[in-house]
Design a protein around this ligand. Sequence first.
Ligand SMILES: *Cc1c(COP(=O)(O)O)cnc(C)c1O
Length: 394
Amino acid sequence: MDQDLIELGRGRPVFNFSAGPSGATDPTRAALGRPLLYHYDPAFRQLYRSVVSQLGQAFACEEAPVILHGEAVLGLEAAAASFIAPDDVVLNLVSGVFGKGFGYWARRYAREVIELEVPYNEINQPEDVRRALQDHPEIKVVAAVHCETPSGTVNPISEIAPMVREAGGLLLVDAVASFGGMLVEPSRWPADLVVVGPQKCLGGPPGLSLLYVSDRAWEHMESNPAAPRASILSILDWRGAEENTERFPFTPSVAEINALDACLAQFLAEGSEAVRARHQRVARAVRAGGRALGLSLWPHVEATCSETVTAFAVPAGVDEGRVRDRARREMGAMLSGGQGALIGKVIRIGHMGPSAQPHTPVLALTALGQALRAEGFSADVGGAVEAAVAALGT
Ligand SMILES: *Cc1c(COP(=O)(O)O)cnc(C)c1O
């Protein structure tokens, strides 16, 4: 193991400006050191109930949420398996890598998948969704991604959701990289199944899937004869697990629940409005600073940029892998690159959860600028810092 890269916490700070896992605050790390209780210990039962209740508050919904015990990809695949019945027609909205990926799962379970795909620097337009719903009244499930993390974009779920409800469809949303940083309103949108993870804006470890499930979604899953049972992919098995006095379907991830307890307590204490304002302010400064550095935003339209992660287009002739490697080795700043079809095309600064702090634009852009310069791109580091500080305001 390269000593240089493992100095974290031993005198050489490493700044996590990635697209997640986004690092953890001290209280969250301390919670990871709590005793690993037996899952049938009454104290763990009580903690589990309390965590589900806090999660419900964070979702601002009446319905009890569900926790699945695996990284958010488990929640998404379980959603495809449980929520898409064999005779369902699915409308899959694709504006990036995660939307595209969901389509592969959806095809496994659906009668038919209709895909509405836009270039990955654009977003899914509500008018296109309306037209698709009109042209295909047989659509039962609509799948969308809120924050397309690899693209740094946000889809207009609050406009799409009422259309889906009006057309009698069910809406499934991947809000993994937006929840806890941007406005995610499952029951107000309204959505039916929303999948979230703690490792992005909540600043937790990547080991759980957090699900909002509407009454209509439960009904649909309960009536789906192919919905998994006695399976790691089962959502139904975990329904009401916090109230069940008998057994959990399997051993819950005790350490992850300890950490989630701390993450949610911090989120609720700060308050969702303050959390959002913090993310908006930092995002604005990263965009302004990045442009002053000499970069272009990857998203076509600035208003579609995410408030949790910013994607810049990699300048012509620059190798983003080398830039990120330099930023990490020489400045201790961990940035994210592209994913899937966007590898080599974008370079990203994550500003989610613990990294949505006012120092992030200044440090991340300085590291990125220094690395870009060393790779032959004339980056205006001073201008970037000035622009970022100005955009932060007071
Ligand atoms: C992070 C993330 C997930 C979880 O996927 P990983 O590839 O395991 O990180 C799912 N959806 C979105 C939009 C994400 O940002």
